[in-house]
Design a protein around this ligand. Structure first.
Ligand code: NAD
Length: 499
């Protein structure tokens, strides 16, 4: 007898409930095509129930003492650590990345949970005495109300953890809409959050796609929307949510250039290019997907190709260098882009399109693929490939490389490889990109700082985590106060304190 495929529940008002929808989608293991679960596309009524549950819970949660809020996140980080192996295994099964990468995905989210436990020192106001004679002004950062989060498939642990812990620690309630492609690890993380003590209604989960996202953007009781995902959806979410009067922060697509100067340490640079270009099968918003070889560094291409050809491909649970891409559709899209690149004149320096993995005949595998001789205007340069395809562009000088990066519509991440401090300083100052690495290939900031992005990679001025997100998830209230010491009335009511 075959076992029934489990369904993924919604979380409304502290209860895990089965959706009443008629629209479902399979959650599929990308290495095997095994159906792991079925995820519902929640109905409009269910979305409304999740929001009103958050609205009710906000009345008490907003007044919960800072220490009580912080202690939940102290407990939560401990529970995540204790469950790391199970979380990573679930993530690998549904998303495809290697177990090591899956642990990294959980760990980078765990760091934000630790940051949320510091909320006492993050959510502090300001005070100025005697702004006029006998008048003081102070400000407080008040929670907003119900906030919503919409997350992508590529970091199903880290990105939900960028959002709800900080929003809730600030005193808000939350409705989370995980990626419909891999919601299982997100649901496990939410279960642990409830176990850590998050009260009923403070955190709610709805599943779905476009309709659910639109309902969240439109709902009058949602005050702020955090989105991470592709540029075209992010732009839509930003416009729709802000039109409905909400705050929105949208972190979007990328085309990250790794600029290699000939004075860089060759061995380290080439190894870092491999990890940043092909790790997680290139499905990172911070993947270094364009290598810009400057001047004599052009001669390093054959060695880069040789090293890339030696990377292993397989099912994530076996910890190869890279696993499959998320879906059959994603594989087809990547292969179509490579074909288009060749049609438009790129050279296939390494062909990973026909890789076979023993024991996994149905997996969505693509081995490392390198296209050289790429130029702006070709589809492989102009579009985000989001697969294990590294494109190689050449430049004569650092200035030319900087102009190339700044002319790209995206400004998510970039890196420079050099041993020259002067070149590094010039690059940092002149480059218009959010995350800049100097000899660091994937410069994702730790939560003491905020994630950011420039130009087409970000909409909204405040980024996730760090100090910025506390401002995003709160409303500043300023209070100006004056107390009169009226001698006559003090005498009448006899409030004199005798010592
Ligand atoms: P996606 O935009 O397809 O999906 C993101 C979310 O939007 C999902 O929850 C999905 O259900 C929802 N969605 C999809 N289509 C929609 C529509 N038409 N209307 C409303 N909502 C819709 O992104 P993805 O493929 O899951 O993730 C990959 C993308 O995310 C890449 O472009 C990557 O660069 C980007 N990303 C960016 C960052 C960053 O911080 N800048 C981080 C991770 C991923």
């Amino acid at each position: 007898m075959t076992q029934a495929v489990p369904t993924v529940p919604l979380l409304i008002n502290g209860e895990w409930v089965e959706s009443r929808t008629t629209v479902w989608r399979d959650v599929v293991n990308p290495a095997t095509q095994e159906v792991l679960a079925r995820v519902p596309f929640a109905t409009a009524e269910e979305v409304a129930q999740a929001v009103s549950s958050g609205q009710r819970a906000f009345k008490t949660w907003r007044k919960t003492p800072i220490g009580a809020r912080a202690r939940i996140f102290l407990k939560y980080q401990q529970l995540i650590r204790e469950n790391m192996a199970d979380l990573a295994a679930t993530l690998t099964a549904e998303q495809g990345k290697t177990l090591l990468d899956a642990e990294g995905d959980v760990f980078r989210g765990l760091e934000v949970v630790e940051h949320a436990a510091n909320i006492g020192s993050l959510q502090m106001g300001e005070f100025a005495q005697n702004v006029a004679g006998g008048v003081d002004t102070y400000s407080v950062l008040q929670p907003l109300g119900v906030c919503a989060g919409i997350t992508p498939f590529n970091f199903p642990a880290m990105i939900p953890l960028w959002m709800f812990p900080m929003a809730i620690a600030c005193g808000n309630t939350f409705v989370l809409k995980p990626s419909e492609q891999d919601p299982l690890v997100t649901v496990k993380l939410v279960k642990l959050a409830l176990e850590a003590g998050i009260p009923a209604g403070v955190l709610n989960v709805v599943h779905g796609g476009e309709d659910v996202v639109n309902a969240l953007c439109d709902h009058p009781d949602i005050r702020a929307v955090s989105f991470v995902g592709s540029s075209h959806v992010g732009k839509h979410v930003y416009q729709r949510a802000t039109l409905a009067g909400k705050r929105a922060q949208c972190m979007m697509g990328a085309k990250n250039h790794a600029v290699v100067l000939p004075d860089a340490n060759k061995e380290q640079t080439l190894n870092q290019l491999l990890g940043a270009g092909f790790g997680a099968a290139g499905q990172r918003c911070m993947a270094a997907s364009v290598a810009v070889l400057v001047g004599e560094a052009r001669a390093w291409l054959p060695e880069l190709v040789e090293k890339a050809a030696a990377l292993s491909v397989g099912a994530g649970k076996d910890n190869p260098d890279l696993g499959p891409v998320i879906s059959c559709a994603a594989k087809e899209r990547v292969l179509a882009l490579v074909a288009k690149g060749l049609e438009q004149g790129a050279t296939l320096a390494l062909d990973g399109r026909n890789v076979q993995v023993d024991g996994y005949p149905k997996g969505n595998f693509i081995a490392p693929t390198i296209l050289s001789g790429v130029k702006p205007g070709m589809a492989v340069y102009d579009q985000e490939i989001f697969g294990p395809v590294l494109i190689v562009v050449e430049a004569d000088t650092l200035d030319e490389a900087i102009d190339l990066v700044n002319a790209n519509p995206n400004g998510n991440g970039t890196a420079l490889f050099t041993q020259s401090g002067a070149a590094a300083r010039k690059f940092q100052e002149d480059i218009d990109v959010g995350q800049v690495g100097i000899n660091v290939p994937i410069p994702v900031p730790v939560p003491l700082f905020s994630f950011t992005g420039s130009r087409g990679s970000k909409l909204g001025d405040l980024g996730p985590y760090g100090k910025q997100v506390v401002l995003f998830y709160t409303q500043t209230q300023t209070i100006t106060q004056r107390w009169f010491a009226d001698a006559a009335s003090v005498g009448q009511v006899n409030t004199t304190i005798s010592l």
